[in-house]
Design a protein around this ligand. Structure first.
Ligand code: CMP
Length: 139
C-alpha cells in the first residue's frame, strides 16, 4: 500500500469559475508532485460508482448530478504524508468552516460545490487513483 500518494479532483464549480490554474499552483507550491492528470467529465455511472459510499445520504442525487454537470481535473499527487497534508491544504468540506489559506476558503462556493476532492485515507487514495487512471498513465 502506498503511503505517499493522494487523489484529487478539481470539481465542476472550480473549473467553471476558472480556478484550475490557481488551484494547481497552490497544490504544486505546497510541494505535491503530479504523478497523473486528466481533464475529463464523469459519466453518470462513474459518478454513482465513485460516490457509492454516500448512496444512502440525502445529498447523493445532488452530488452525482453536480459532479456530472461539467468537466473536472483528476490527478494523482505525491508527497510525504500526502493524504493528511492534502486535506490540510484544501480545508474543511464546508468552505465557511475552512481555514484561511486553504483551497476551499479561497475558491469553494458551498459544502456541495466545494471546489476540490481529496482522498480521506491511503486505501481510498489507491482505489480512487486506480478508478481514474490506468497503470501507463501514472508517471
Ligand atoms: P468530498 O469530500 O470530495 O466527497 C463527498 C462530497 O459530498 C463532499 O466532498 C461534498 O461535496 C458532498 N457533501 C458532503 N456533505 C454534503 C451536504 N450536506 N450537502 C451536499 N453535499 C455534501
Amino acid at each position: 500500500m502506498t503511503t505517499n500518494r493522494t487523489f484529487t479532483m478539481i470539481k465542476p464549480d472550480a473549473v467553471e469559475n476558472g480556478y484550475i490554474g490557481k488551484i494547481l499552483d497552490m497544490i504544486t507550491e505546497a510541494g505535491f508532485e503530479i504523478k497523473a492528470m486528466k481533464y475529463t467529465r464523469l459519466s453518470q455511472k462513474q459518478a454513482e460508482d465513485f460516490y457509492a459510499v454516500h448512496a444512502e445520504r440525502p445529498f447523493y442525487g445532488e452530488l452525482v448530478s453536480y459532479m456530472t454537470s461539467g468537466p473536472i481535473v483528476a490527478a494523482i499527487l505525491e508527497k510525504d504524508n500526502a493524504v493528511a497534508d492534502f486535506r490540510t491544504l484544501i480545508g474543511a468540506t464546508d468552505p465557511s468552516e475552512a481555514a484561511e489559506g486553504t483551497v476551499r476558503k479561497a475558491y469553494a462556493e458551498s459544502k456541495g460545490r466545494n471546489a476540490v476532492h481529496g482522498s480521506d485515507s491511503d486505501e481510498n487514495a489507491d482505489i480512487e487513483g486506480k478508478f481514474h487512471f490506468a497503470f501507463e498513465e501514472i508517471h
